[in-house]
Write a protein that binds this ligand. Structure first.
Ligand code: PFF
Length: 407
C-alpha cells in the first residue's frame, strides 16, 4: 500500500489524463503500458532488489553492492529532497483549496474568477508559504511516527479511501450530459500521433509515476518482510498506479468536456478548470476532489521524506525525530523559494525529473544488471527475460529518453 501510495500522486491526476488525450488516446495508453512493462517495471524490480538484498538506506545499499558507485546514492537522495520541496508547494495549494472548498468558496465560480483566485494565491507569499509548511508538517508528522505506525498505517487507510473518492468523482463525471466527448478524447485511438517524442513522454511519465530512480522504492523495499515477493509488489504497484491514472482521467476529462472547456494539464487543470466545473455540482464534490488530491500528494511526499530520513538515521546515526526535523527545516527553505519564485520551482522540477532521476535509475539498472551476481538477481526475479530487460533494455531506454528530453 505504501508503494502504491508513493506511485499514485499528482502525476496521475494532472499529467496523465492530458498526455493520453494529446498523444492519441488509446494508442498512447497501449504505448504507456508497454513502456511500464518493458522498461519501468524492470527498473522498479532492480531498485527493489537493491533495497531488499541490502536492507539499507539508499547510500548504504549502493556502498555495499557497488562501493565505487556509492556517490550515486547522494544523487538519488538529493533528487528525493528536491522533489519533496517543490511537490510540497503543490501539496500546500491543495490544502489551501480544500479549506476554501470547505468554506463554500467555490460556489458559482466562473473561469476568470478561478484564474484570479489561483493567481492571488500564488502571488501571496504568506499564503503559499504557510500552506506549503502545513503540508510539509503533515508529511513530517506521518514519517516521524515511524515506518509501521506512520507510513504503513497512513497508507493502509488512505489509499483505499482515495480510490473510492476518485471512483465516486468518475461516476458523477461520466453521468454529465456531454461526457461522451471526454471519453472519446481519452480512448479514441490515433496511432498517427505515436512518434518518438510520444514514446519518450510515455516513458518519462511512467518513471515519474512509479517514483523511480530517487530511492523511494529502494528504501521501502528495505523494509519488506523476507517472504514478500518483489515481482508481485512491483506488479501490483504498477497495475494500481495505471488503473488509478485511468480512473482519474475518467473523473476529469468527461467533466471538462461536459463544461465545454478546453482540456489542459498541470496547475491550470487542477486549480483553475476543475474548481469551476466541480463547483457547479454542489458543495461536497469540490471538497472530495481536493481531499483526494491532498491525500494523493501526501502519500507520495512521505516516501520522498523517508528516503532522506533513512539516510540520516542509518549513515549519520541521527535519531528519527531529529532527522525528520532537520529535513523538514531544509525542505521548508527550498520549498519557500519554490513557492515564491516560479523559476526556482520549474528549475527544481526540470533538474530532478530529467537529470537526477535518470542518473539514479540508470545506476540502479546497471548495478543489478551488471554488478550483482546473476544467480542472486535471478533468485529475486525468477525469470531470465526479466533479468535481460534489467541488463540491456532498461539502460538503453533510459539513455534514449534522457537524451530526447534534454535536446
Ligand atoms: N509518483 C509520484 C506521482 O506520480 O505524482 C511522484 C513521485 C513520488 C516522484 C515519489 C518521485 C518520488 F520519489
Amino acid at each position: 500500500m505504501a508503494m502504491a501510495g508513493s506511485a499514485v500522486g499528482l502525476g496521475n491526476i494532472w499529467r496523465f489524463p492530458y498526455m493520453v488525450g494529446e498523444h492519441g488516446g488509446a494508442a498512447f495508453i497501449i504505448i504507456y503500458i508497454a513502456c511500464c512493462l518493458l522498461v519501468s517495471l524492470p527498473i522498479f524490480f532492480a531498485e527493489s532488489i537493491i533495497g531488499k538484498a541490502t536492507r539499507k538506506d539508499t547510500f548504504g545499499a549502493l556502498e555495499s553492492l557497488a562501493p565505487k558507485s556509492r556517490k550515486v546514492g547522494y544523487v538519488a537522495i538529493l533528487a528525493s529532497f528536491i522533489i519533496l520541496s517543490f511537490y510540497s508547494v503543490v501539496g500546500g495549494w491543495s490544502f489551501d483549496y480544500l479549506i476554501r472548498s470547505c468554506a463554500g468558496g467555490f460556489s458559482g465560480l466562473g473561469l476568470d474568477e478561478a484564474k484570479t483566485v489561483f493567481a492571488s494565491m500564488g502571488g501571496s507569499p504568506v499564503e503559499s508559504v504557510s500552506c506549503m509548511l502545513v503540508f510539509l508538517g503533515l508529511t513530517a508528522m506521518i514519517v516521524g511516527a515511524g515506518v509501521d505506525k506512520g507510513i504503513g498505517r497512513f497508507s493502509k487507510i488512505s489509499i483505499p479511501v482515495l480510490f473510492l473518492m476518485v471512483v465516486l468523482i468518475a461516476i458523477v463525471s461520466l453521468r454529465l450530459p456531454g461526457a461522451e466527448k471526454g471519453v472519446e478524447y481519452l480512448v479514441k485511438p490515433d496511432f498517427s500521433k505515436i512518434d518518438g517524442p510520444a514514446v519518450a513522454a510515455a516513458l518519462g511519465q511512467s518513471f515519474f509515476s512509479l517514483s523511480l530512480g530517487v530511492g523511494t522504492i529502494l528504501t521501502y523495499s528495505s523494509y519488506m518482510q523476507e517472504d514478500e515477493n518483489i515481482l508481485s509488489a512491483g506488479g501490483w504497484t504498477a497495475f494500481f498506479d495505471t488503473v488509478f491514472a485511468l480512473i482519474a482521467g475518467f473523473a476529469i476529462m468527461p467533466a471538462v468536456f461536459a463544461a465545454g472547456i478546453e482540456p489542459a494539464a498541470g496547475p491550470s487543470l487542477v486549480f483553475e478548470t476543475l474548481p469551476v466545473i466541480f463547483s457547479r455540482m454542489g458543495v461536497v464534490l469540490p471538497v472530495v476532489f481536493f481531499l483526494a488530491i491532498l491525500i494523493a500528494a501526501l502519500s507520495s511526499s512521505i516516501s520522498m521524506l523517508e528516503v532522506v530520513v533513512a539516510w540520516l538515521v542509518d549513515q549519520k546515526g541521527m535519531r528519527r525525530s531529529h532527522a525528520v526535523l532537520a529535513v523538514f527545516g531544509a525542505a521548508a527553505l527550498l520549498g519557500s523559494a519554490c513557492a515564491v519564485a516560479p523559476r526556482v520551482f520549474s528549475t527544481c522540477d526540470f533538474i530532478s525529473s530529467n537529470v537526477l532521476m535518470m542518473i539514479g535509475a540508470l545506476a540502479f539498472a546497471l548495478i543489478v544488471g551488471w554488478k550483482m551476481p546473476r544467480e542472486r538477481v535471478l533468485h529475486y526475479v525468477r525469470y531470465r527475460f526479466v533479468y535481460m530487460l534489467i541488463r540491456y533494455v532498461a539502460p538503453v531506454m533510459i539513455v534514449a529518453i534522457a537524451v530526447t528530453n534534454l535536446l
